[in-house]
Design a protein around this ligand. Structure first.
Ligand SMILES: Cc1ncc(COP(=O)(O)O)c(C=O)c1O
Length: 392
């Protein structure tokens, strides 16, 4: 794991982005969480227990797989970081395990979480079952329809699913509903699923997901004997992306690319491409980029991928955009669907529709480039196979 920059830990800021913009009752709770996280991060017993579960429960390290037929089709050498092979089928479990161990340390009696694609909901329900704590998952009713398989999994795992019809009944609304419940019930432990929200969540999630980048760096050195020329990830709130990127941010020769859920393309109201189309604003407890209307009010996002369908983005990514270290791109629904089918047919790997955005960006930018790259395959596509893969 990569330890967090002490400046950020203290201030809660990545450059000018981040902070904690919440009601007093949550400010107190989140200050306690930050203090406990800081202690846990450097506690060898805590790290030992976390690593134990990563290995024996999640099945880490996840392989770095050379995708030979995809590489031939694209004209560049592509490795896939197989987060889809983790227990529960996505990267979300890395963060959930870390946070549930924190919750246990803090004596939590109830776990709450939001979910879009259902992967974070399933991972949270899983770790709540693992430690025997009751769990409520907030989910937009539109996503309950779009991701039925994961709703069934969460029920089976013993979680209560709280549907919300607010707004567009998707991820943003699930976060609002979970935050609302948290304000009313501050003794609950809010197990947030992406690198978004108020301090200390973006740092906590960075820390627990950094295992992806640490492993990938070591694995590419073993297999290629050198660092990659470029790396790719999809980005909703930014957790799988920061997980991979954290291993390479200081390697100035490694180019870093992120694929946002572009929906129909670059038209406000029909896209979730926050860093390409948005502007800085305070949204859901943090200062970062957000999709805004002409009166600076947040506007609904749209993407075929429930996990990318979010008008905000984590503050560390806003900073990485402004410093120019990472290049953020819009990938449309159609491009993602094409990559979803191509990867399935060329490699026998059905990706989550979220992860297919990263594959699509790599296919586009690496065409006949003949370089070495890593694409983060953040999750598997079981949840998406029953869907009509067309614009909704
Ligand atoms: C498989 C998968 N990949 C990516 C994401 C996007 O989230 P993040 O940007 O936090 O990695 C999600 C969110 O649900 C997901 O399920």
């Amino acid at each position: 794991m990569k330890s967090i920059n002490p400046e950020t830990l203290k201030s809660g800021y990545f450059g000018r982005f981040g902070g904690r913009f919440v009601p007093e009752v949550l400010d107190v709770k989140l200050a306690e969480l930050a203090a406990e996280f800081e202690k846990a991060m450097t506690d060898p017993e805590f790290i030992k227990e976390y690593k134990y579960y990563l290995k024996y429960y999640v099945g880490r390290p996840s392989p770095l797989y050379y995708a030979e037929r995809l590489s031939k089709a694209v004209g560049s050498k592509i490795y896939l970081k197989r987060e889809d092979l983790n227990h529960t089928g996505a990267h979300k479990i890395n963060n959930c395990l870390g946070q549930i161990l924190l919750a246990k340390r803090m004596g939590a009696k109830e776990i709450i979480a939001e979910t879009g694609a259902g992967q974070h909901g399933v991972a949270t329900a899983t770790v709540a079952a693992l430690v025997g704590l009751p769990c409520k998952i907030f989910m937009g009713s539109r996503d309950v329809e779009r991701q039925k398989l994961n709703v069934q999994r969460m029920s089976l795992l013993g979680a209560e699913i709280v549907k919300t019809d607010l707004g567009t009944a998707s991820l943003k609304d699930a976060v609002d509903a979970a935050l609302g419940y948290y304000i009313e019930n501050p003794t609950a432990f809010y197990l947030l699923g992406s690198a978004v929200g108020p301090h200390p969540y973006p740092s906590i999630i960075h820390f627990f997901q950094s295992v992806i980048g640490t492993e990938a760096r070591q694995q590419i050195m073993e297999q290629e004997g050198k660092l990659p020329d470029s790396i790719f990830a999809c980005i909703g709130g930014g957790s799988n992306a920061i997980g991979l990127f954290s291993g390479f941010l200081e390697d100035k020769d490694v180019e870093i690319f992120a694929a946002e859920g572009g929906g129909d393309g670059l038209s406000l109201g029909r896209t979730a491409s926050t860093l390409v189309m948005g502007r800085p604003a305070v949204f859901q407890g943090t200062f970062s980029y957000c999709l805004l209307d002409e009166n600076d009010q947040p506007i609904p996002a749209y993407s075929i991928a429930s996990g990318l369908d979010y008008p905000g983005v984590g503050p560390e990514h806003a900073n990485l955009k402004e410093t120019g270290r990472v290049s953020y791109h819009c990938i449309t629904d159609d491009e993602a669907i094409h990559a979803f089918k191509e990867l399935s047919r060329l490699e026998g790997i059905i990706p989550a529709i979220e992860s297919a955005h990263a594959v699509a960006l790599a296919m586009k930018l690496l065409k006949d480039k003949n370089v070495v790259s890593i694409v983060n395959l953040s999750g598997r596509g079981d949840k998406d196979v029953e869907r009509e893969m067309e614009n909704e």
